[in-house]
Design a protein around this ligand. Structure first.
Ligand SMILES: Nc1ncnc2c1ncn2[C@@H]1O[C@H](COP(=O)(O)OP(=O)(O)OP(=O)(O)O)[C@@H](O)[C@H]1O
Ligand SMILES: [Mg+2]
Length: 341
């Protein structure tokens, strides 16, 4: 019955009233018999309150427990776990709300999946004509060359990079878990990228478990941004803080405009005033965040006093079988698998 919650509350009130009536009858009788003032009006009201409390407690407790479970489910869903569904128990109004929530969550999850698969499929389909165009341009290049050809080649390369970024983002959204994970020394990996980008890298060996190619991509995106949108000197530091390996990439550029906040990690977001001539699609940082999340890491940005931007990624540190940090237990970071992007 749909109105059973209403019925439950209604019955609770009725039972409470009946209990109070019986209690007052007993009170009057006992009071008369004992002719004592021990009970008094205060005792009488306390008795009524206790009776109502006792009768109403199970119903209220049951109701609030289910509402609390519903709230927790909605919070988890709102935090991004779109596959969250709540338990539908009984057939009262709370159950109806839970069922409505589940239906809405299902619908939205399906819509989002359809959107992202459309984007991924379209990007995938774009690859073939792009590749054919590149071959055609290379063939023409033998006969013609000049600025027009260079412009076409540059635009093709940009389109190719965009397609690749969208496909990677879509893959990260859809995979259940990372396929090729291994212990990776983040300092070695960052130093390798730093050498290519001319970034000063310092710190201590910090081992995390992850996909080396994706981690390379994360570091590359941050260094590329520091060079493209910031100003030198650009530095990267790897440190161990508590149970975490912390990577910081900092530059001395203008930093991010005040109030940019976490939105900078959203796909295609570029802060107001940021020039389009700086190139890029606004996908680099969203990939950084997706890769970080896939590694159980968090990412945020800071503006150090003075100027510049600092992007900080905090990974859970890898511990060996003995629960010790590998570099402390004698296994040197250089003994870890070598990395190639
Ligand atoms: N180190 C930085 N200093 C100042 N602004 C930055 C920095 N890193 C990122 N930004 C700002 O954040 C925006 C989003 O960065 P993101 O890496 O997502 O995209 P992009 O670099 O513009 O393009 P893409 O990475 O897709 O090639 C940039 O356009 C830039 O305005
Ligand atoms: Mg970028």
């Amino acid at each position: 019955m749909r109105n059973s919650l209403f019925v439950k509350i209604y019955l609770t009130v009725l039972i409470s009233l009946a209990a109070v009536t019986i209690a007052s009858a007993i009170f009057v009788e006992v009071g008369q018999e004992l002719e004592s003032a021990a009970f008094g009006p205060a005792g009488f009201f306390a008795l009524i309150a206790a009776v109502i409390g006792l009768v109403a407690f199970p119903v209220v407790r049951h109701l609030t427990r289910r509402l609390e479970a519903l709230r927790k489910g909605a919070d988890r869903w709102g935090a991004g776990a779109l596959d969250t569904r709540v338990a539908v128990r009984g057939s009262d109004e709370v159950a109806a709300v839970a069922a409505s929530f589940n239906r809405a969550a299902e619908q939205i999850e399906r819509l989002l999946a359809a959107h992202s698969s459309l984007l991924a499929n379209a990007s995938h389909e774009l690859r073939s004509p792009l590749a054919r165009l590149r071959v055609a341009i290379d063939l023409i290049a033998n006969e013609q060359s000049g600025p027009m050809r260079d412009e076409i080649v540059r635009n093709l390369a940009e389109l190719d990079a965009l397609v690749e970024e969208i496909l990677l983002a879509s893959r990260l959204d859809h995979i259940e878990k990372l396929e090729q994970v291994e212990p990776v020394d983040l300092l070695a990996l960052t130093a390798e990228k730093g050498a290519r980008f001319g970034v000063d890298v310092s710190g201590e060996p910090g081992v995390v478990v992850g996909d080396p190619k994706l981690l390379m991509r994360l570091v590359r995106n941050l260094m590329q941004n520091a060079q493209r949108h910031g100003r030198p000197p650009v530095s990267a530091h790897v440190g161990i803080e508590g149970g975490s390996v912390v990577l910081k990439v900092c530059d001395h550029g203008p930093g991010l405009p005040e109030g940019t906040g976490e939105r900078v990690f959203e796909p295609f977001f570029r802060p107001q005033g940021s020039s389009e001539t700086a190139g890029g699609w606004g996908l680099g940082l969203s990939l950084v965040r997706k890769i970080a999340l896939r590694h159980g890491a968090t990412v945020h940005h800071e503006s150090p006093s003075g100027a510049g931007a600092c992007f900080v990624v905090t990974f859970p540190a890898y511990l060996d079988m003995a629960g010790a940090y590998p570099c402390e237990s004698g296994r040197s970071a250089s003994a870890l698998p070598s990395l190639r992007e």
